[in-house]
Ligand binder design. Structure first.
Ligand code: SAH
Length: 495
């Protein structure tokens, strides 16, 4: 009885009206539906197949990739690439090229990346904080890149008088996007070269000029965001025209076809730009890469300095000026500057007929045609022939294309660099200057220095290292991202 009294609870007798019941039923249904949506978001993935530690509560509204344990360390230290074998799982079904969140093995946020299911580089980081890569994001990235160039190059950049690499892919937080900005004037159809560049045109080069962009979309992420990127480029740089040069072999690794053409505005067939005080005619749509190798700007000036300095003691040509050999000369960036600096003769060698045609135009534009001889040849064969003929030079420039495109090609690359440098050392007068490059990031500075030492040993010469250089500052080098440190330049005296 006692128990009974204890449990006698008075149940209030108010009843729900049918309207209230309908309201509560609707509310309950809505809550159920919302939780279903929320939970389904979590379980789209093989979520249960992931280790329990990866099931976290952070940023569950975005498609994410979960890294294997410790794979986040390299990424957090600044490397922007995530390879397929570093991923533990993918939550959701990311669209190819779309933004994904990257989390470490504990499920903690690392950053945001573009996803490519077809590439071995499965994701490329673009930001730690910006979830969406929309027009706003690209505007911010381009403005930051522009600010850096203005800081590095000062007035000429600020006043847009200088041709520059404006965006350098990963190093400017836009993975796979290269934007070269060429400041100059369109070349008139009837002005062939040199003296035919009218004085009006020469004067135009001294005042504000046009700006044309040559752009490479080298990853799927930037390819699918092309429309936003174009708008952002126009808004930040205000160019006169934009050319697309998406015809680099790396596009195939991203599952993309080659694309070349005018993307926006108009792009003249030829543009005359100014660099290091010399004029160069370039072809944005059919020249190599983006039309001109901007990374060598400062190295060209550095090499030209040695023409007039003539540090070689025993050269019979000392009195009349240096004899220069420019191997892999392309359109004559080094040759023209060396000739302008007072070289007695420049022998310019390249295997590309089109590049040599432009070199001849460039020699004429700068009134140094009489001192530059262009030769179409395979450099390896031609250097051997020169040696057989007993030719000698005071300054040699070796700027070959990248010999090592991946790790497996390193041994072949080493042999190639060794042979070139050995032959150059044979061709140099004692005391002559060798300006030698490797632009393959796989081939480390240590490997390059070892090759030079080997070549010196084999040719019974000693090297005095005058300068150790790299690419110009509009190709920024990021710590933690070795691929951005690709160009090695050594200026050595061969004694
Ligand atoms: N020095 C140039 C850039 C060189 S790029 C500059 O300052 O702009 C590399 C050049 O090597 C290209 O012009 C290419 O046509 C040329 N090349 C590639 N393989 C070659 C070979 N086996 N022999 C001669 N030239 C070669």
């Amino acid at each position: 009885m006692v128990f009974r009294t204890c449990y006698q609870i008075e149940i209030p007798k108010h009843r729900l009206s049918s309207r209230d019941r309908a309201f509560y039923a609707f509310f309950a249904f809505f809550a159920l539906f919302a939780s279903f949506l929320f939970l389904s978001r979590l379980s789209v993935t093989p979520f249960t197949s992931l280790p329990p530690s990866t099931r976290n509560r952070y940023c569950i509204f975005m498609v994410r990739i979960i890294l294997k344990p410790k794979e986040d360390i390299r990424i957090r230290r600044g490397h922007p690439w995530i390879y397929d074998n570093e991923i533990a799982g993918v939550e959701g079904e990311p669209e190819p090229g779309a933004e994904v969140e990257v989390c470490d093995a504990r499920g903690l946020h690392v950053g945001y990346a573009f996803f490519n299911p077809k590439s071995k580089i499965r994701a490329r980081m673009y930001s730690r904080t910006a979830k969406k890569a929309d027009e706003e994001f690209f505007i911010r990235a381009f403005e930051a890149a522009w600010k850096w160039r203005k800081f590095c190059f000062g007035e000429p950049a600020i006043e847009k008088r200088m041709s520059l690499r404006l965006v350098y892919g990963e190093a400017d937080s836009v993975p796979g996007l290269i934007v070269d900005g060429f400041v100059g004037i369109p070349k008139l159809e009837d002005s062939n070269a040199g003296d035919k560049l009218s004085s009006a045109q020469r004067a135009a080069l001294a005042s504000p000029k046009g700006l044309w962009l040559s752009v490479q979309f080298l990853s799927l992420g930037v390819e699918v965001h092309k429309a936003e990127i174009l708008k952002a480029l126009r808004s930040v740089f205000n160019p006169d025209g934009i050319a697309e040069r998406s015809d680099a072999p790396v596009r195939a690794l991203e599952g993309l076809p080659d694309l070349v053409g005018v993307l926006w505005g108009s792009v003249p067939e030829r543009i005359v730009i100014e660099e290091n005080g010399a004029l160069f005619e370039i072809d944005l749509l059919s020249g190599q890469k983006t039309g001109w190798f901007l990374d060598q700007r400062a190295n060209r000036a550095a090499a030209a300095k040695y023409v007039s300095r003539a540090p070689w003691a025993d050269s019979p040509n000392k009195a009349i000026g240096a004899r220069v050999l420019d191997v892999f000369c392309n359109q004559g960036g080094f040759s023209v500057l060396a000739a302008k600096a007072g070289a007695a003769s420049v022998l310019a060698v390249d295997s590309s007929r089109d590049a040599l045609a432009l070199l001849r135009e460039n020699a004429a534009l700068n009134n140094v045609s009489d001192r530059i001889t262009a030769v179409e040849a395979n450099a390896f064969d031609y250097l051997r022939d020169l040696e057989k003929m007993g030719q000698r030079f005071d300054l040699i420039i070796l700027d070959p294309p990248a010999f090592a495109k991946n790790r497996t090609a390193l041994e072949g690359a080493r042999r190639g660099y060794k042979e070139l440098n050995l032959r150059a050392m044979h061709l140099l007068e004692r005391g002559g200057i060798l300006v030698t490059f490797s632009c393959s990031h796989w081939f480390s500075p240590e490997m390059f220095d070892a090759v030079l030492a080997d070549a010196a040993f084999d040719s019974n010469r000693r090297l005095r290292i005058l300068e150790e250089r790299t690419q110009d500052l509009d190709h920024p080098i990021l710590s933690g991202y070795d691929e951005s440190r690709y160009l090695k330049c050594r200026i050595v005296q061969v004694v």
